[in-house]
Design a protein around this ligand. Structure first.
Ligand SMILES: [Cu+2]
Length: 143
């Protein structure tokens, strides 16, 4: 009899514990979505030479300086040779991204250069794959 009472008391005690209803309060349980603009900031934005840009020919020099390309856009005649020179104390490279002609320089250090002679008309986008956000350039090759 005692045991039964105790068992009932325990059962009753157990039953008395309420399950607390947690109010969500309308707060969203999901974490905020990743901003859509994040990806775009790491994608190279290849510029275009201005409409009135001078058409250069022969040997055209482009400097890699302060982790940027100077100038970032050029317009040249078919047959021109582009010479990139690295003025920075870190390595860079010249890697074509799109266009009628493909080239890959490999990494080169301060004072070193890389050159390509452009044989076909079209728009070449290229970049330094180490610093693609700040070092991407455009060469418009015209007849
Ligand atoms: Cu670089």
């Amino acid at each position: 009899m005692f045991i039964t009472c105790a068992a009932l008391a325990l059962a009753s005690g157990c039953g008395s514990s309420q399950s607390s209803t947690s109010s969500s309060g309308g707060a969203s349980p999901r974490p905020p979505a990743t901003p859509g603009g994040f990806k775009a900031s790491t994608t190279p934005k290849f510029g275009s030479p201005p409409a009135g840009a001078l058409v250069q020919s022969g040997t055209v020099h482009i400097a890699y300086r302060n982790i940027t390309i100077a100038p970032g856009t050029v317009k040249v005649k078919v047959g021109s040779t582009i010479v990139w020179t690295n003025d920075d104390p870190v390595e860079h490279n010249v890697t074509s991204h799109s266009g009628p002609q493909r080239f890959v320089s490999g990494n080169f250090g301060e004072g070193k250069s890389f050159q390509v002679t452009l044989a076909k008309p079209g728009v070449i986008h290229y970049l330094c794959t180490i610093h693609p956000t700040s070092m991407n350039g455009t060469i418009a090759v015209v007849k």
